[in-house]
Design a protein around this ligand. Structure first.
Ligand code: KG4
Ligand code: ZN
Length: 338
């Protein structure tokens, strides 16, 4: 095919990222993670947009330099339009619009959640691509969805969270345990050394293919408060077991809904995406499900799990092939359903 070069920009939350793709191959994928939020125990939107403002130009320069291409070679600019934090999205959106205008090349808007799913189509060695139709479980700090994917741009949400996202469940549980933000990766780390059956937590009863995680957070909070009253060192002494038990419960909730979705649709092609798909427990559970239920599962490379611009770039490329461009009147969209 042609030589299409896409510069992609992602700024929906607290990572400023830029990537360059040559057709469906990644040439560079630069991510500047904002550490400023750690001391606040969560993302502070105002600080996030200011940091994006500061990071975006150096990050784009780095992405172009690493890809070893000049901006004059670019075919189009793709950017995250939403969903996300409005102030954060505005930085990437405005930057992308200006650059596309300046270079006089097409502008392509991308839905962040769709990008988490289509990240599977970035061409990588030893990473087979899912075949349509497949089920995608998107699990991130902001979303938890089961999506029926019939084509690149033919997606249907079958179920989603009614309250907290699964990443929030990890992060809020970690906060209760006194772990810094974002606590998800730390819970994962300690969980690998603990007993998942040590402390049973209740599973919520939620209809259909929807999820709920706010009750779990509350029951963890009450449980810890009660135990700490009896033994002030309870958390330190049992950190691995507590983390393993929390992770076990969360994965159990995810897997039971995924099983239900697979049964309902008769689809055995299962892909995951989003920051939480970096979790070792969910990766193992999916591997086990291949043998147990005859599923074929697809897990993206670590690099494409958490927020990154390469996933925005692959959607940009696919839209470029269709001539699906945006015009300069486009605006960021904090709530943006796929
Ligand atoms: O997709 P992402 O980078 O940003 C959003 O779009 O939200 O996801 C970030 C979320 C955070 O909640 C983080 O704690 C969680 O992904 N996360 C993990 C792991 N790595 C990242 N949660 C559990 N285990 C992990 N290994
Ligand atoms: Zn994300």
């Amino acid at each position: 095919h042609q030589n299409i070069y896409i510069l992609a920009i992602e700024s929906s939350c607290d990572d400023t990222s830029a990537a360059v793709l040559h057709n469906n191959k990644k040439l560079s994928n630069v991510v500047a993670t904002q550490h400023i939020h750690e001391e606040y125990g969560g993302v502070v939107p105002e600080l996030a947009s200011r940091a994006h403002q500061q990071n975006i130009v150096p990050v784009v320069h780095q992405a172009l330099a690493k890809a070893n291409i000049d901006k004059k070679q670019l075919s189009a600019i793709a950017f995250t339009r939403g969903p996300g934090l409005m102030g954060s999205l505005l930085v990437g959106t405005s930057f992308a619009k200006s650059l596309a205008l300046g270079l006089d090349i097409p502008l392509i808007e991308v839905n962040h959640m769709q990008a988490h799913i289509l990240a599977h189509f970035i061409d990588e060695e030893n990473n087979p691509k899912p075949q349509f139709p497949f089920l995608a479980l998107t699990i991130s700090g902001g979303h938890t969805q089961i999506v029926l994917v019939k084509g690149y741009f033919d997606l249907e949400i079958l179920g989603e969270t009614l309250d907290d996202a699964v990443g929030e469940a990890f992060d809020k549980s970690a906060k209760i345990l006194g772990l810094p933000y974002p606590g998800g990766p730390l819970v994962d780390k300690y969980a690998q050394l603990g007993n998942p059956k040590a402390f049973p937590f209740p599973k919520p009863k939620v209809k259909d293919l929807n999820f709920s995680f706010s009750g779990l957070k509350t029951s963890i909070l009450y449980f810890i408060q009660k135990q700490v009253k009896e033994n002030p060192n309870f958390v330190e002494e049992n950190l691995n077991d507590i983390c393993a038990s929390i992770q076990y419960t969360i994965i159990d909730i995810l897997m039971s809904k995924l099983k239900k979705a697979a049964k309902q649709t008769g689809i055995k092609q299962i892909a995951i995406g989003g920051g939480v798909s970096a979790n070792s427990g969910i990766r193992q559970a999916l591997k086990d499900a291949e043998n147990k239920y005859g599923w074929t599962t697809y897990v993206p490379k670590f690099e494409y799990c958490t927020d990154n611009a390469a996933m925005i770039g692959i959607v940009g490329y696919l839209k470029y092939l269709e001539g699906n461009f945006s015009d300069q009147s486009i605006t960021a969209k904090a709530r943006y359903v796929i």
